[in-house]
Design a protein around this ligand. Structure first.
Ligand SMILES: [Zn+2]
Length: 374
């Protein structure tokens, strides 16, 4: 992974490179960023930069032996630890390194549930168990193979088994020479404060819209209108943007679907809603969630329309419709609709019966409007 492959975060990259040039790379760092922020991608790109035999002013060279090994995640001085589903107490994540390499190469912005699906260990809680923590401590005691730095990247340290984080403290505080710990996390509040206090925190800001647009345009060449819609919906989450774009081949914009759904619900035309529900039930579950997420996006933008229209993040098509929609959806109704759609997303994620949920959402939407009129 090179810096150029990491979407956005120009300022953070510059800071990291500057620290490398000044010889001030912290021994224990926390790459903290929301889902789809690229925290893992950035940690890997930084490790590659630091291992590269011929680093340039802005990126690793991509050609040296270290870079080639890093591209495969097979550099001997790259150690990895991550959540997995242990079958016995002595199992460690090291047993799943080949799968993990494959996963990260395919989905560098993937999250824990993507990894779970990739491993096909549904239902099992993924953890970084005690045996893996012990192994982490042992692995960094060895000297780097190639004489430079060695890296221990821990993905989702939030999942370290209770009690084990304490065992890591001493190693994090004083890592062996030439060892750099990189913890890659989403939720700081799920980490022990004593752990966080030993780490240099690199907080990733939200990826800028123009960086996201740039990435989508070069990877997918979508029509501008659709690219803008995806950028707005993804709101800085590369994982979501890529997913939305990949599904794009099989369908066009959600806007007309959502318009029909809202109209039929508002007018209590439940025979129409039922037809829509049948089509909805045939969609893939992820697509169903995306449909409600899209609705949520529109409803939130309706709130923005009422409070600060300058901040609207919508496409031209949406703007045209939203200005009319907002005229009969006052702020309090928009908040009500937000609740309905959030509940629907949770229900579909929780394996609710899809057609029933869709019909239920339509009734709740009707009620939300009706309460307002009453
Ligand atoms: Zn290189």
């Amino acid at each position: 992974m090179r810096f150029k492959d990491v979407v956005g975060h120009g300022a953070v990259k510059q800071k990291l490179i500057q620290a490398a040039k000044n010889g001030r790379v912290p021994h224990a760092q926390l790459f903290l960023g929301n889902e789809g922020s690229g925290n893992l991608a950035l940690a890997l790109a930084y490790a590659q930069y630091l291992l590269c035999a011929d680093p340039g002013p802005e990126d690793s060279c991509g050609n040296c032996s270290a870079c080639k090994k890093m591209a495969q995640l097979s550099h001997p001085d790259l150690h990895l630890a991550f959540p997995f589903g242990p079958k016995g107490p002595t199992d460690t994540s090291a047993q799943y390194i080949p799968e993990f390499r494959d996963f990260v190469q395919k989905m560098p912005y993937g999250n824990l549930s993507d990894w779970q699906q990739f491993l096909s260990t549904d239902k099992k809680q993924l953890t970084i168990n005690s045996a893996t923590c012990q192994q982490v401590i042992q692995e960094v005691q060895q000297k780097p193979y190639e004489g430079g730095l060695q890296f221990m990247i821990m993905w989702y340290p939030e999942r370290i088994t209770r009690g084990m984080a304490n065992r890591l403290l001493k190693t994090l505080e004083e890592p062996p020479r030439k060892t750099v710990f990189m913890l890659v996390a989403e939720r700081e509040e799920q980490l022990l404060p004593t752990v966080v206090s030993r780490l240099q925190v690199i907080s990733l800001p939200k990826i800028a819209d123009f960086d996201m647009l740039d990435m989508l345009s070069s990877r997918f060449e979508p029509p501008l209108e659709r690219a803008q819609e995806v950028v707005n919906m993804a709101d800085g989450n590369v994982r979501m943007a890529v997913q939305l774009m990949q599904k794009e081949e099989s369908r066009s914009s959600f806007l007309p679907l959502f318009q029909e759904f809202i109209r039929a619900s508002f007018q209590a035309q439940f025979h129409l809603v039922e037809k829509q529900a049948e089509a909805f039930a045939k969609m893939h579950r992820d697509g169903q969630i995306d449909f409600f997420r899209y609705g949520l996006h529109i409803v939130r933008e309706t709130q923005v329309f009422h409070t600060d229209p300058q901040l609207l993040r919508i496409t031209e098509n949406e703007r045209h419709w939203l200005s009319k929609f907002a005229a009969f959806v006052p702020l309090e109704v928009a908040y009500g609709l937000q609740g309905v759609l959030e509940d629907s997303i949770r229900a579909i994620q929780g394996n609710a019966h899809q057609k029933t949920e869709f019909m239920g959402a339509a009734i709740d939407i009707y009620q939300t409007f009706k309460q307002r009129k009453a």
